[in-house]
Each structure stands twice: as C-alpha cells, then as structure tokens.
Design a binder for this molecule. Structure first.
Ligand SMILES: C/C(=C\CNc1ncnc2c1ncn2[C@@H]1O[C@H](COP(=O)(O)O)[C@@H](O)[C@H]1O)CO
Length: 238
C-alpha cells in the first residue's frame, strides 16, 4: 500500500512491486481469456440483502445469464453478491474480481470463477477488457470510480460501442441533474456525453440495450471484414 508513513520503504520495495503488478495482469489475462461475452455489474458493498438494489441486482444477474452473458462483479458483499447470486442460480457463469482490503471479507459464495487483486487499477482493466457493457446500481465512492472510469473510456474513444446502464433511477437523479445543469452547462462535457448512459429500472430494457449494442458491434465488425476482403487481391484473397 502507498502508506505515506512508510515512505522510506518505497525506495527499496517499488521495483519488486512492479513485478507483483505485472503478475496481476498476467493472472487476469490468463484466467479470463476464454470468458464468454460478459457484463460487469457494479454497486454498493454495503447494501443489505433485502434492499431494493440487491433485489434488482439479483434479477439483473439472472436476466443476463439467461441472455447468455457471464456476470462479472467485484466479488464482494451487497449488490455484487446479489448479482453473482442471480447469475449463479440462473445457471450462468458468475465471476468475482476481488480486491485485497484492510477490512476484507473474501469473495462471496456465489462466485464460480474468482481472482483476487491487490491493485485497483489492474482489476479495473479486467472489468472493462472482458465485458461487453457496464451496469451500475446505487453505490458509493467505489461504484462512482467504476462508473466514471467507463464513461471516460467511452468519451475518449478508448472503447467503442460500450453501453453504460444506470439502474435505480431515483438514486441517480441528483447526480444526473448536476451533470446536466453544472458540468454540461459549464461546457466541461459535451451534450452528447450525457447520452452515453441509459437510465432504467427495467431489467429487461437494460439487457435488451446491451444485446442491441452487441448486435450493432458484430454487424460493424462483419462489414469491416467484408470490405477488407473485397479490397484484397482477387488472386490470393489476402
Ligand atoms: C465495505 C465492505 C466491504 C468491501 N468489500 C469490497 N469487496 C469487493 N469490492 C469492493 C469492496 N468495496 C468496494 N468495492 C468495489 O467498489 C464498488 C463498491 O464500492 P462502494 O463504495 O460500496 O460503492 C464495487 O463495485 C467494487 O468493485 C464491508 O461491507
């Protein structure tokens, strides 16, 4: 950890830390390489099992599994556990990318495929790289970090055709109003940036939106492949 009380130790330990960081990327890439299409689901670690957001997350996990998606979460309690439970019970693949924390509780019992990370940034790479979309339910700082990371990547074109769905519209209302009335009004984001998120309380609408974006991406990739083939040499086909 970057504990400034132990600043003197950084000098000797940072070189070895780089290897540990590299090993987290290697383990993540290696474990997740064969993952089927997946959706990352985020939300509060503190939500109670019987909260509306956990109930929604459980239904979402099941619906994503039925649509053929693996469900990736942070592997923790609350909304994460509920989404993993829904996916697991519906017969889908339930993935947990856990994080070592001082008050760690371990990966939840509904995870079929789990990896533990020490570094948030290595773990965040996996959430984006191996998912077709993000669904974000009510949460705190951790959830906001994951939401704004995704929005930044989409806004800057680092990822394309990547749906970001916000569920629990009442929870998001204040933030969305601030984004519109302050952030966009003061030109810190463009009007199109507000369109990067779908806000819904309907699990089926969320899943439909993801499936449609996936289909559009597949069509785009197919068109690119055909145009590359038709512009290649007719003799060799290359
Ligand atoms: C707070 C408690 C346990 C924390 N355990 C976590 N395990 C896994 N992932 C976590 C944990 N806490 C935060 N995260 C990540 O951030 C998001 C939730 O954070 P929030 O601040 O609660 O919104 C979540 O999506 C995780 O990726 C004890 O209850």
């Amino acid at each position: 950890m970057l504990d400034s009380r132990q600043r003197a130790e950084w000098k000797t330990k940072d070189a070895w830390r780089a290897l540990r960081i590299l090993s987290e990327f290697v383990e993540g890439f290696d474990t997740l390489a064969d993952l089927p299409p997946a959706v990352s689901v985020f939300g509060s670690a503190r939500s109670k099992v019987d909260s509306p957001e956990c109930e929604m997350a459980e239904r979402l996990g099941a619906a994503l599994a039925h649509a053929g998606y693996a469900v990736i979460t942070g592997g923790g309690p609350g909304v994460m556990e509920a989404a993993n439970k829904g996916a697991n019970e519906a017969g889908g693949l339930s993935v947990g990318l856990g994080i070592e924390l001082p008050f760690e509780q371990g990966i939840n019992e509904w995870v079929d495929m789990g990896i533990d990370f020490r570094y948030f940034f290595a773990r965040k790479t996996m959430f984006v790289k191996y998912a077709q979309a993000f669904v974000v339910l009510p949460g705190g700082f951790g959830t906001m970090d994951e939401l704004f990371e995704a929005l930044t990547l989409v806004q800057t074109g680092k990822v394309t055709r990547f749906p970001v769905v916000l569920m629990g519209s009442a929870y998001w209302r204040g933030l969305l109003a601030w984004l519109r009335e302050t952030m966009a009004a003061e030109s810190k984001i463009g009007p199109a940036d507000l369109e990067l998120m779908l806000v819904t309380d309907d699990v089926d609408e969320a899943v439909r939106h993801i499936v449609q974006a996936d289909a559009a991406l597949a069509a785009e990739q197919e068109a690119l492949k055909s145009s590359a083939q038709s512009s290649s040499s007719p003799e060799t086909g290359r």
